[in-house]
Design a protein around this ligand. Structure first.
Ligand SMILES: [Zn+2]
Length: 516
């Protein structure tokens, strides 16, 4: 543990004679249990001046314009969420939405956007923003780049196209992207071969970025979970770039129980000197749409109109229904799909089928015909979730998207259920994997640790109360137990309430030493 001292200047009495005046800071968080992010905790104080941490220590002799009594509270760096979909929300016309209350009320002060291959290559537009409540960093997306250059077709790029795609990634990296994200599970990204992705990922690696991958298969749809993990690692090796596996999981009955085998593959790559990490949301359900979860990829070709036509095509319908039945089996059956929006909100597919006296596939088709609703798909085991979570290279993330409680509760839930509840991981590990580890993995300078000179992103929470309130039925309930949140030195949450301050910044990555 390091106790950091005030800069010398602050200790020099500014005014004349007699007892030296005590230096003044803007904010003093007093007497909490301080977790710096990676060091052992201690009882002490954190002082903030302007946007930065001025001092961290056991008993700081300071005056402050505002003192916050943190006795009995945990004081930690603001949490960093390495995989989210809040990019749209940060551009909202609604100033309150741009605060991202669901994040702030959990103590999340920085989010990564542009995940799953969707990040725009136009970084100037990404970083242009109205006032926002949280900091954000952004990936350039493999999917966005591929679509811009060769469209949605299933073919490899020509040499000229590959060169253009590489130049787009290089340009985005030089304009502040933290890495290249991909979502090889999704068309048209799924059309790309390993080497093509590696060639683009190398452009991120050369400029100090990472390769962040929603892998080609988290289940048994195509190449399978293990091969998809191997592919992500191979892309890192071929492109000489650190790899992060997005929302690591074993999805569906065919791969449940494989967490130890997947971990062994990652560990082997790490032992061989590769930088490989992962992030994880602490929920057994993933979030997707009913059609995306059940309808095979071939039947989506041509979009929704073509899909609906295929439901009516007697010649295709048998194969389509058989494939849907196999996907339903893979995901754990009709009781494992909970509709989270629209007319059927709150109902599971088995219940919808029963009410109609229909089989689950017919019921699903009937629902999709009206509107393809968001679903929570319960497809992971607690044993796999816990096994992944215990790895020192697995960060906390939310994968925040609408219709799933993960936007409003991931960090609080991990604490309440896996630190306090099942004791799957310790409090210091929870904090490190939500702060210092993501900051280091993402290359976020001066974030993720409480240290002198670092940016003052701070959470103060009550260890007895901190918990999620969002559920699958009510996914937008704010978390409880966070007392104070500071973003860049500004109080964003005070006495458990949003202040309305929008002190977030766009965190553009600095170009590598030696230029771009
Ligand atoms: Zn994803």
């Amino acid at each position: 543990m390091k106790i950091l001292r005030l800069p010398l200047l602050c200790l020099i009495p500014v005014l004349g004679v007699g007892a030296a005046p005590v230096p003044q800071v803007d904010l003093l968080i007093r007497g909490g249990t301080v977790y710096s992010g990676s060091d052992a905790p201690f009882t002490g104080d954190v002082a903030v001046t302007e946007v930065r941490v001025q001092a961290v220590g056991r008993r700081l002799e300071l005056r402050a314009r505002r003192v916050i009594d943190a006795k009995g509270m945990i004081v930690a760096p603001g949490f960093i969420d390495p995989h989210t979909h809040v990019g749209e929300q940060l551009k909202s016309e609604d100033p309150r939405a741009r605060l991202v209350p669901g994040f702030l009320m959990q103590g999340v002060t920085t989010a990564v956007i542009g995940s799953d291959g969707g990040g725009s290559p136009d970084m100037a537009a990404v970083f242009r923003h109205k006032p926002v409540g949280i900091n954000y960093a952004a990936h350039v997306g493999f999917g966005a780049v591929r679509e811009a250059v060769i469209g949605e077709v299933d073919r490899p790029p020509t040499e000229a196209e590959l060169a253009r795609m590489k130049a787009m990634v290089a340009h985005a990296m030089c304009a502040g992207a933290i890495g290249l994200s991909s979502g090889l599970f999704y068309a048209p990204q799924s059309f790309a071969k390993t080497e093509e992705v590696a060639a683009l990922a190398a452009e991120a690696g050369k400029r100090g970025g990472i390769y962040d991958s929603h892998i080609r298969d988290e289940s048994s749809y195509g190449i399978g979970l293990a091969a998809a993990i191997d592919e992500a690692i191979a892309i890192g090796r071929l492109g000489s770039v650190p790899v992060n596996i997005s929302h690591i999981k074993a999805l569906g009955v065919d791969v449940q129980g494989q967490a130890p085998a997947i971990i062994a593959r990652v560990e082997a790559a790490r032992r061989a000197g590769q930088r490989v990490t992962a992030d994880q949301y602490p929920w057994s359900a993933s979030g997707t749409s009913l059609a995306a979860s059940l309808v095979p990829r071939w039947a989506h070709d041509g979009g929704r109109t073509a899909l609906l036509a295929r439901f009516d095509d007697a010649a295709l319908s048998k194969r389509l229904r058989a494939d849907m039945a196999d996907n339903l089996r893979r995901r754990g059956g009709a009781a494992s799909l909970l509709i989270t929006e629209g007319e059927f909100r709150g109902q599971r597919l088995d219940g919808i089928a029963k009410a109609r006296g229909a089989d689950p596939i017919s019921a699903a088709i009937e629902v999709i015909r009206k509107q393809d609703p968001a679903v929570a798909s319960f497809n992971q085991t607690e044993a796999d979730i816990t096994t992944f979570m215990r790895q020192p290279w697995v960060m906390t993330s939310s994968d925040a998207s609408t219709g799933h409680p993960r936007s409003y509760g991931s960090f609080a839930r991990k604490y309440a259920h896996y630190v306090l509840g099942s004791r799957a991981i310790s409090l210091p590990d929870f904090i490190e994997r939500s702060t210092a580890l993501p900051a280091d993995t993402l290359g976020l300078k001066d974030r993720g640790r409480l240290k002198r000179g670092g940016f003052a992103d701070i959470v103060v929470f009550d260890p007895k109360r901190y918990a999620e309130r969002a559920t699958y039925e009510a996914p937008t309930q704010l978390a409880v137990g966070v007392r104070t949140v500071v973003v860049n030195g500004v109080l964003a949450v005070d006495q458990g309430k949003l202040t309305g301050a929008a002190a977030g910044r766009a965190l553009a990555k600095a170009p590598p030493p030696g230029g771009c």
